[in-house]
Design a protein around this ligand. Structure first.
Ligand SMILES: Nc1ncnc2c1ncn2[C@@H]1O[C@H](COP(=O)(O)OP(=O)(O)OP(=O)(O)O)[C@@H](O)[C@H]1O
Length: 249
């Protein structure tokens, strides 16, 4: 079953038509990658999935996005939507507080106060994000004192702590070294069993390594969307072929 259905979706910043008539289904427990040159609208579409663009005053949209068949702009409360659809950004952005408090922040906001329950959530989330062993003896330490790669896994743990159904990742490894990148890529493979993941990446090798399906975007249009293996081995569209072979100008 498709977890998300994007239907005739357009978006605009003022007069600028950033996303053009996108139709796309995102399947549950899969990793879907968005690739394409800078400015082609990948992040705009990603952020539309949890309505982060609502915060931009010039943003407008038409068309629909459905989550489990419910329309996200008209049938789901935005607060509930953001609880169900978590997001991790390009630059690790832990809050200036302890590792523990970073992870407990979301659950506390949702009313969980019991220390034992919070302890369990913190441990489970840090384990899922494959960083528990590195931080378990220092949970009171500031998250800002960790390395970039560790901070990004803290941000992934923080997103998972409120048990979302979908995790959106906007170029999550572009600021990280190869070892941290590999850790996050391994992590995606494990967590997709429980979550549905959408990732924007500039790194085509990364898309081939982590994703089940890939969408190639150009100038706001979805040029091609297919199984990752197929899209990278036998692209149907000449523009996709030019892009993935580096002949794009
Ligand atoms: N808040 C905004 N206000 C006005 N224009 C915007 C805004 N955000 C994005 N845009 C424009 O919309 C277009 C798509 O931007 P978007 O960030 O979605 O592209 P992208 O494919 O994710 O690019 P990149 O790979 O560089 O992150 C760009 O032309 C960009 O300048």
């Amino acid at each position: 079953m498709s977890k998300i259905e994007i239907s005739n979706f357009n978006s605009y910043y003022g007069d600028f038509h950033a996303i053009k008539n996108i139709n796309m289904n995102i399947e549950e427990h899969e990793v879907t990658a968005f690739i394409g040159p800078s400015g082609c609208g990948k992040s705009t579409l990603l952020k539309s999935l949890n309505r982060m663009n609502d915060l931009v005053s010039s943003f407008r949209k038409d068309g629909n996005i459905y989550l489990d068949k419910k329309e996200i702009f008209s049938e789901i409360d935005v607060y509930d939507l953001r609880k169900r659809v978590g997001m991790v950004f390009q630059k690790p952005n832990p809050f200036p507080m302890s590792i523990y408090d970073n992870i407990a922040y979301g659950p506390r906001t949702h009313g969980i106060k019991d220390k034992k329950t919070l302890d369990e959530i913190v441990e489970k989330s840090l384990r899922q994000a494959a960083i528990w062993n590195e931080v378990k003896d220092n949970l009171k330490k500031s998250a800002l004192a960790l390395s970039g790669g560790q901070q990004q896994r803290i941000c992934i743990a923080r997103a998972m702590a409120v048990e979302p159904e979908i995790i959106l990742l906007d170029e999550p490894t572009s600021a990280l070294d190869p070892i941290s990148t590999a850790k996050i890529e391994d992590l995606l493979e494990i967590i997709k069993k429980e979550y549905t993941i959408v990732i924007v990446t500039h790194n085509m090798q990364q898309a081939t390594r982590v994703s089940d399906k890939t969408g190639f975007f150009l100038l706001g249009e979805l040029v091609e969307f297919d199984k990752t293996e197929k899209l990278f081995s036998f692209p149907s569209d000449k523009r996709t072929e030019d892009y993935i072979t580096g002949r794009f100008s």
